[in-house]
Design a protein around this ligand. Sequence first.
Ligand code: IMP
Length: 428
Amino acid sequence: MANVTVIGAQWGDEGKGKLVDWLSNRADVVVRFQGGHNAGHTLVVGNQTYKLSLLPSGVVQGKLSIIGNGVVVDPWHLVEEIAKLGGQGVNITPDLLVLADNACLILPLHRDLDQAREAAATNKIGTTGRGIGPAYEDKVGRRAIRVADLADRDALEAKIDRLLAHHAPLRRGLGLPEADPARLLADVEAIAPRILPYAQPAWRLLDEVVKSGKRVLFEGAQGALLDVDHGTYPFVTSSNTVAGQAAAGSGLGPKGPGYVLGIVKAYTTRVGEGPFPAELFDEDGRRLGERGHEFGTVTGRARRCGWFDAALVRQSVALNGIEGVALTKLDVLDGFSTLKICTGYRLGEREVDHLPAGLKEQAALTPVFEELEGWSESTQGARSWRDLPAAAVKYVRRVEELIGAPVVLLSTSPERDDTIMMRDPFQD
Ligand code: IMP
């Protein structure tokens, strides 16, 4: 099966948007399978920049785009994002966009809860404040409002009452005003006709698409180290971000996701709180942030920066079954005389080759670095392997060796065409 799943192999912001946009040219269908509008995918096409949070990146290429059941959907945001893209000349119709009818909704009360909890917490997670966590809590608590519920007014009223019965004491405890069920019902009813035209059983459509031999691209959001099971818990997002979720979050069987392509940035960044062993607090870190424009697409927060952590990515390769890697932002390393790669950690007297699960151990890790020679030439915009300086090729080769996966794509600028392909993931 010639499907490809793209996932972030670090803490998100690896440059997935551009790669998904580039690969969606080769795909027939693009599917989001987890997360919500906490994601921020930037696509640069010619002189236009598109910023997507919830819509699959394939919409910009006019490819059939599916928001799967594993995604939590803020319907007001969805309508806004559709309108924004419309203003940039991308006309999104129900022929182009399909929303799984069994996806759960993010409501204003989820955003309230997310933000009030973060404001009150002494141990903040640094969430995007968009209600993602509370919406997933209601999903597994079996009291969420789902897309299909928008079509059934009577059931909707009872569901809202049930949901508010759960939220009322939480809101009270956080000093939030009481939620008004009539107002929520009216708001949800008002948005329903703008959402329902896109809703259908997405699993069935996907089944047909795959059986007819079409090629599907699964677009992961965030990164493997933010996975609710495998990431740096509790400093994680509330969904499974690993490649395995592409199956459950879309309704396709376990073989459906196909070839797993990990997106890996040539150094490491993280937004929000949580452990980050290879983090830099010096001039090198500031320089990476400045050259890499490391500011969050969704929140505008400055991202924390550090050297490439090969131990983390090696872990990610195993967790996701990554078969090949797309390495991004190599050009940000241009001009450093010396580069460092974190190859593992020290924990007291011991050497560790992975991120331990315990928070206390994670916080006590000190990185073990290996030094490599830098390069002074520019790699920005390189379109062939031969355009790269020898030291840059050496860096890439060492990365491959340490993480145990080949670099099959190299992205050398935000521009769609500045991509070097060693192997076509759709042909593997
Ligand atoms: P939440 O997903 O808003 O609950 O935030 C939980 C954690 O995931 C925080 O550390 C966020 O900064 C991080 N996060 C969520 N979405 C993204 C993303 O798209 N890129 C990078 N970090 C993210």
